[in-house]
Write a protein of this length. Structure first.
Ligand SMILES: Cc1cc2nc3c(=O)[nH]c(=O)nc-3n(C[C@H](O)[C@H](O)[C@H](O)COP(=O)(O)OP(=O)(O)OC[C@H]3O[C@@H](n4cnc5c(N)ncnc54)[C@H](O)[C@@H]3O)c2cc1C
Length: 245
């Protein structure tokens, strides 16, 4: 069993021309891109579709999760990992500049959490799969600080951890938010993967989650969703988003 897939999204909004407002390095492989706010507000966890058009008319389209909390006055933030030979992520990694025109469509998707949904909320992300979960962490801090939330974030090494300083500070300063950072290729936890012990410990600390969100590569999401259900989380509670790979 691979957890409950998110229900189908409503029909997408039309494409909208926009420009890149700011670019900031996040890790050696991930950059943050800022755009003006969307025409309608998103829910934390949703994504946008991005469309690039070459001078000869060739188009490529991919999905990218929104990292910013709904209503962020700085607009929406995407965090894109540059993949080797990646058609679209390669453009963002090595070609894109502030002022470049692209098209966005959204917000899209039912992989979403809002303050009205309550908790406890268990978030589990692998690599860039933490991006939509980061939006949920930011949303909780702004609008629902009373909701217990725990994030398990699995990443190769500390340098590749997205928003590491922000997440560590929130875990230190925000009552009710906890972070378990698993470094799978560095330090004492090298070689370890998210396992049943880690899930059981998270549930002990958080309580049985009312909502569980799992995001990352295909294999990661399938494995973690199965572990959650084995640990007693109801399948209908587990929502998944697969980034590919
Ligand atoms: C709902 C959703 C939200 C997403 N949000 C984000 C996000 O916030 N940040 C982000 O960086 N990506 C995100 N992705 C992944 C993104 O849509 C692209 O798939 C990714 O950027 C690769 O596209 P590309 O054109 O660069 O690579 P392609 O040219 O399509 O593929 C290049 C190579 O990379 C492999 N590949 C494709 N996708 C992945 C992957 N995710 N991991 C590892 N290898 C891969 C392919 O098999 C191929 O070998 C999201 C995907 C979905 C479905």
């Amino acid at each position: 069993m691979n957890g409950a897939a998110s229900p189908p999204s409503p029909s997408p909004s039309p494409w909208r021309a926009t420009v890149i407002r700011a670019i900031t390095p996040v890790t050696p492989r991930v950059k943050s891109f800022r755009f003006d706010a969307l025409d309608r507000p998103h829910r934390a966890g949703q994504h946008v579709d991005v469309r690039l058009t070459a001078p000869d008319g060739y188009q490529a389209q991919r999905s990218y999760s929104i990292a910013s909390a709904p209503g962020d006055p700085a607009g929406i933030e995407l965090m894109i990992e540059g993949l080797e030979a990646g058609e679209v992520s390669g453009f963002f990694d090595t070609v894109a500049e502030v002022g470049d025109a692209i098209e966005l469509r959204g917000p899209v998707g039912a992989f979403a959490w809002g303050s009205e949904d309550g908790g406890p909320v268990l978030l589990i992300g692998g690599g860039s799969g933490v991006v939509p979960l980061l939006a949920m962490v930011r949303e909780r801090a702004l609008r629902a600080p009373e909701v217990p939330m725990l994030l398990i974030y699995s990443v190769r090494n500390a340098a590749e951890a997205i928003a590491r300083a922000e997440l560590a500070a929130r875990s230190r300063d925000e009552t009710g938010f906890d972070l378990t950072l698993l470094l799978t290729r560095e330090g004492a936890t090298a070689g370890r993967r998210i396992d049943r012990v880690m899930i059981d410990t998270a549930i002990e600390c958080l309580g049985m989650p009312r909502h569980a969100f799992v995001c990352g590569g295909n294999g990661f999401v399938g494995t973690v969703a199965d572990l959650l259900v084995d640990a007693g989380v109801k399948p209908g509670v587990v929502r998944t988003e697969r980034f590919g790979g």
